[in-house]
Design a protein around this ligand. Structure first.
Ligand code: UD1
Ligand code: F6R
Length: 694
């Protein structure tokens, strides 16, 4: 997932300093979606000069790199076009040569920023290499930049001088895949050409005078284009000699017409996300797939890359009434709430392309060549902090059951405090959302020094833990912004179960069990959706029964012990209410003394082999006038709700996956307890998202 941003000023004088600040600030607004590298392209001091600045890391690192270049910031540009990009790698490690903008050649004749993937880039790359192009990066994007130059040069050779948008059409004719694309070229100074297919792109418009009309006409060529992509045939050879078409600019965009016919000052902001545009202007136009937006001379023109289907012949310029925070959070009040509700999607993404539900196979690309070594290890040590530690606890038992390798679970800080012995035939699994938690990182270093095999289970691609481990699995939950970890927990849980399944796929004795779990995994996203419908009843439970509580106990055993601990952590960290997760079997060994008719006790009573024992614990609570909140399976009549304060029903799944569903009501309870207390749940006091201190 990447962010793209472009800024074009026409007859609005801006210094280079202002232009670069605009571009870099635009990228900062996109950073909430993730980042690992960024870059910008702007004009140089000489005509025909494009400067490219790129850096790996956050946008702040790009800013530093830019500042170190000592460009003259005071040079001013009456008109100018700049493009920018921030990247959240899903393909390969972030490296400077892979950052965007990518260029056509050493003179930066064409520079592009791109979201998405070009599926035929290998074929294109081979063809372009044969034509003498020298590739610098591992990206698919680079072939777009080089293709622009090739098509441009071919046109010139044939005596054509195509308009920028026509050139774009000819390039799109050659590429397959999905894209949000911005192109800048020294051959078309102060212009930007943009297009999209399956990747969002919008244009913000800022003018001093009111626009004549609040729409832009789609412009159709006088003669049918020979590069209409709808006419593409399967067997068409790549790179046919480009045929230039009418290069006359005869149209004027009605929206930008002035009374006196004189050019109007205007600014344009192109972005993959309204978050980067909204601070500049509320007037935006959302491009449709296959639209080509061409910005020049203070006007925005829309062309089509394909013959028009039944799409409208105009694109509306809308007024966005949203605030920045609203855009980023969508319909949700907080990131935490958004992330809780994202779980049907994020859990699906963790499994996507990795679990073959038909043949009951799990294929983890990052572990494939390490499985044999791991299977031979003496023991597995899972090491993590906080919520990530709980996901290890939740999956430990299924790990042991499937792999028959002893598994211990360690809190990183305690593991280091004890200087626990580690050997070269140990496998150490590091679980971390951020991949930057210092305690976990130090424990990783400790294990590396002792030659153990290290495996990461990490959300942030390119993070320290992801880079320093021998191998691993990215959980692909997408960026998590709320300080309280929610969707990372369910995705870590699934990733760990998938690892256990991979390690055991040579065990005939486990076939039945493995099938059952894989079938269970398939249903999880839909089942989570169902649990999320409990929000209204949870909200009222939190506003009424639980509104004045100072303390809460959570009771679980077996698989649900981890859920109880995780639920208790969520509650204390964002609602500041004391809460404690208790192993139900330990109740009678001390905790029972706390039970009275005041203290609410949340009990996990979903079906598994320990169900009778949990019922027993609940009875011990009710016998002392305690009023439990019971989480049970839908329609389960085997449990009396008579003396319960509340009952919440969740769908049933395989025992070892039930925690994925049971934790969701707890996430919602913690969220609503905090909201009711007026706490800003995304920024709980004293806590940071990424704990990079000891
Ligand atoms: C990879 C691609 C994914 C693509 C898929 C297609 C990356 C980051 N992922 O996913 O975009 O869709 O191939 O086959 O390029 N690793 C560690 N430590 C960690 C996590 C991962 O060393 O903590 C290593 C893995 O061993 C692997 C690489 O990073 O070499 C990528 O891991 P992962 O994203 O999980 O691999 P795939 O699922 O194969
Ligand atoms: C709790 C929470 C923390 C983190 C812990 C580890 O909601 O977010 O307990 O789980 O700080 O962080 P990562 O997973 O980034 O290593």
């Amino acid at each position: 997932m990447c962010g793209i941003f472009g800024y074009v000023n026409y007859l609005v004088e801006k210094t280079r300093g202002e232009i670069s600040t605009n571009l870099i600030d635009g990228l900062r607004k996109l950073e909430y979606r993730g980042y690992d590298s960024a870059g910008i392209a702007i004009d140089g001091d000489k005509p025909d000069e494009t400067l490219i600045v790129r850096q790996i890391g956050k946008v702040a690192a790009l800013k530093e790199e830019y500042d170190s270049k000592d460009y003259n910031q005071d040079v001013s540009f009456v008109s100018h076009a700049g493009i920018a990009h921030t990247r959240w790698a899903t393909h390969g490690q972030p490296k400077q040569i892979n950052c965007h903008p990518q260029r056509s050649d050493v003179n930066n004749e064409f520079v592009v920023v791109h979201n998405g993937i070009i599926t035929n880039f290998r074929e294109l790359k081979t063809l372009l290499i044969n034509k003498g192009f020298k590739f610098e990066s591992d990206t698919d994007t680079e072939c777009i930049a080089k293709l622009f130059k090739h098509v441009y040069d071919t046109n010139l050779k044939n005596g054509n001088s195509p308009d920028f948008n026509e050139l774009m059409k000819q390039v799109l004719f050659e590429i397959d895949g999905s894209y949000g694309l911005l192109v800048k070229s020294i051959h078309y100074p102060n212009e930007v050409c943009a297009t999209r297919k399956g990747s969002p792109l919008l244009v913000g418009v800022k003018t001093e005078r009111k626009l004549k009309v609040d729409f832009v006409d789609v412009e159709f060529p006088d003669v049918e284009s020979s590069h209409d992509i709808s006419a593409k045939k399967e067997d068409l050879g790549l790179l046919p000699v480009a045929q230039g078409e009418s290069s006359l600019r005869h149209s004027q965009s009605r929206a930008f017409l002035s009374e006196d016919g004189l050019p109007q000052p205007a600014e344009f902001f192109l972005s993959s996300d309204p978050a980067a545009v909204i601070q500049h202007t509320k007037k935006v136009l959302f491009l449709e797939d296959d639209d080509i937006a061409h910005i020049y001379d203070g006007e925005l023109h829309i062309h089509r890359a394909r013959k028009d289907d039944n799409l409208s012949a105009t694109r509306a310029i809308q007024t966005l009434e949203l605030e920045l925070a609203q855009i980023m959070k969508g319909p949700y009040k907080h990131f935490m709430q958004k992330e809780i509700f994202e779980q049907p999607e994020s859990t699906f993404n963790t499994m996507r392309g990795r679990v073959d539900f038909i043949n009951h196979r799990v294929n983890l690309g990052g572990l494939k060549s390490w499985l044999t070594t791991i299977r031979r290890c003496r023991r597995i040590i899972m090491i993590a902090c906080g919520t990530s530690y709980h996901s290890c606890l939740a999956t430990r038992s299924i790990f042991e059951e499937l792999t028959e390798i002893p598994v211990s679970v360690e809190l990183a800080s305690d593991f280091l405090d004890r200087k626990s012995p580690v050997f070269r035939d140990d496998t150490c699994i590091f679980v971390s959302q951020s991949g930057e938690t210092l305690d976990s990182m130090l424990a990783l270093q400790y294990c590396l020094e002792r030659d153990a095999l290290t495996v990461g289970v990490v959300n942030s691609v390119g993070s320290s833990i992801s880079r320093s481990t021998h191998c691993g699995v990215h959980i692909n939950a997408g960026p998590e912004i709320g300080v309280a970890s929610t969707k990372a927990y369910t995705s870590q849980y699934i990733a760990l179960v998938m690892i256990a399944l991979s390690l055991s796929d040579d065990r005939v004795s486990q076939i039945q069990r493995r099938h059952e779990i894989i079938e269970g995994l398939q249903k999880i996203p839909e089942q989570i959706k169902k649990v999320l419908t409990l929000e209204e009843s949870i909200k009222s439970l939190c506003t009424e029964e639980l509104s004045t509580q100072k303390s809460l106990l959570l009771l679980g055993r077996g698989y649900q012990h981890a859920t109880a601990l995780e639920g208790a952590l969520k509650i204390k960290e964002i609602s500041y209410i004391h809460s404690e997760g208790v192993l139900a079997g330990e109740l009678k060994h001390g905790v029972l003394a706390l039970v009275d008719d005041q203290l609410p006790i949340i009990a996990f009573a979903t079906r598994d082999s320990l169900f009778p024992k949990v019922i027993n614990s609940i009875e011990q609570v009710t016998a002392r006038s305690g009023r439990p909140i019971i989480i049970k399976n839908e329609g389960d009549t085997g449990i009396s709700a008579e003396r319960a304060l509340a009952v919440l029903e969740v769908p049933q799944t395989v025992d070892c996956l039930q925690g994925l569903l049971n934790v969701i009501p707890l996430q919602l309870i913690s969220y609503w307890l905090a909201v009711n207390k007026g706490i800003d749940v995304d920024f709980p006091r004293n806590l940071a998202k990424s704990v990079t201190v000891e």
